[in-house]
Write a protein that binds this ligand. Structure first.
Ligand SMILES: [Zn+2]
Length: 234
C-alpha cells in the first residue's frame, strides 16, 4: 500500500490535521473482508467520476488543472467527511474518509458526493471563498478605521468581516456545487436522484442564519430541477 503522507502533510497543513495519511483510490486495499467489495466499488466510481469531471472541467474552464485525484483517508476514527483541496501543484484532490464511504448505501451516492466535491473545484470555489474573505475583511476593517477604532479593534473587525464574507456565499456555493455535481454524476453513468438520497440521512442545517449548508429540501430541489433538465426524472 503506497502511503502519501509526506505530500499530503505538506498540502493540507493549513486546513487539516498534518498527520493525515491517505492512499489513492486505486491503491486502497483494506484488510477487513467487509470493506473489500466496497473498496472495489469505490475505485470504480472514482475512475468514472474523475473522467467525467475532467471533461466538464476542461469544457467550462481555461488554464485550470482538471486532472482529479481521489484519495482515501486511512484514519479509521476520522468522522464521515468528504472534501476537496488542491495540492502544491494546483492539482485538484478529493478526499473521502472511510466512515464517509461506509455511510453511503450505493455507488450512486458515492458518485454524487464525489461529483459535488469535483464541482467545487470546477467552479473555483476555494479561490472565490478566499476573495470573499479578503473583501469582507477589508470592508469591515475600513469601517472600524473610519469610526476611529484602535488597531486591536480594527483587527477584530477584519476577522469578523472575513468570516461574514465567507458565510454569505457558502450556501450559494453549495447549491452551485449540487447543480454541477448532478451533471457530473449523470455523465459518470450514475443516477443523481438516487445519489441525492444521501441528503435524507444527514442532519438538516435548517434555516439558521449562519449555516454554511443550505437546508436539505433546497438542495434536493436543485438536484431534481437539474436532473429533469438532463431527462432524469426517476
Ligand atoms: Zn460542498
Amino acid at each position: 500500500m503506497r502511503r502519501l503522507a509526506p505530500m499530503l502533510a505538506l498540502l493540507l497543513a493549513a486546513c487539516v490535521s498534518p498527520r493525515l495519511v491517505a492512499v489513492s483510490a486505486e491503491d486502497w486495499q483494506p484488510d477487513a473482508p467487509d470493506m473489500q467489495a466496497m473498496a472495489r466499488e469505490f475505485t470504480d466510481v472514482s475512475r468514472k467520476v474523475s473522467n467525467a469531471a475532467r471533461t466538464e472541467c476542461n469544457r467550462r474552464t481555461t488554464a485550470v488543472n482538471c486532472d482529479f485525484v481521489v484519495l482515501v483517508d486511512l484514519d479509521p476514527r476520522a468522522p464521515a467527511n468528504a472534501f476537496q483541496t488542491l495540492d502544491d501543484k494546483g492539482r485538484p484532490v478529493i478526499i473521502f474518509t472511510q466512515s464517509m464511504i461506509r455511510s453511503t448505501l450505493n455507488a450512486d451516492e458515492v458518485a454524487f458526493v464525489m461529483g459535488h466535491e469535483a464541482a467545487h473545484h470546477v467552479l473555483n470555489h476555494i479561490a472565490r471563498q478566499a476573495q470573499n474573505a479578503k473583501d469582507g475583511a477589508r470592508s469591515f476593517g475600513d469601517r472600524a478605521r473610519a469610526l476611529g477604532e484602535d488597531a486591536a479593534a480594527i483587527e477584530a473587525a477584519q476577522e469578523l468581516g472575513a468570516e461574514v464574507g465567507v458565510q454569505s456565499y457558502a450556501r450559494e456555493f453549495e447549491l452551485e456545487a449540487d447543480q454541477l455535481g448532478t451533471i457530473i454524476t449523470y455523465r459518470s453513468g450514475y443516477n443523481p436522484l438516487i445519489g441525492a438520497k444521501y441528503f435524507a440521512r444527514i442532519p438538516d442545517p435548517g434555516d439558521q442564519f449562519f449555516a454554511t449548508h443550505p437546508p436539505n429540501a433546497q438542495r434536493v430541489q436543485m438536484v431534481l430541477q437539474t436532473a429533469a433538465g438532463l431527462g432524469v426524472t426517476q
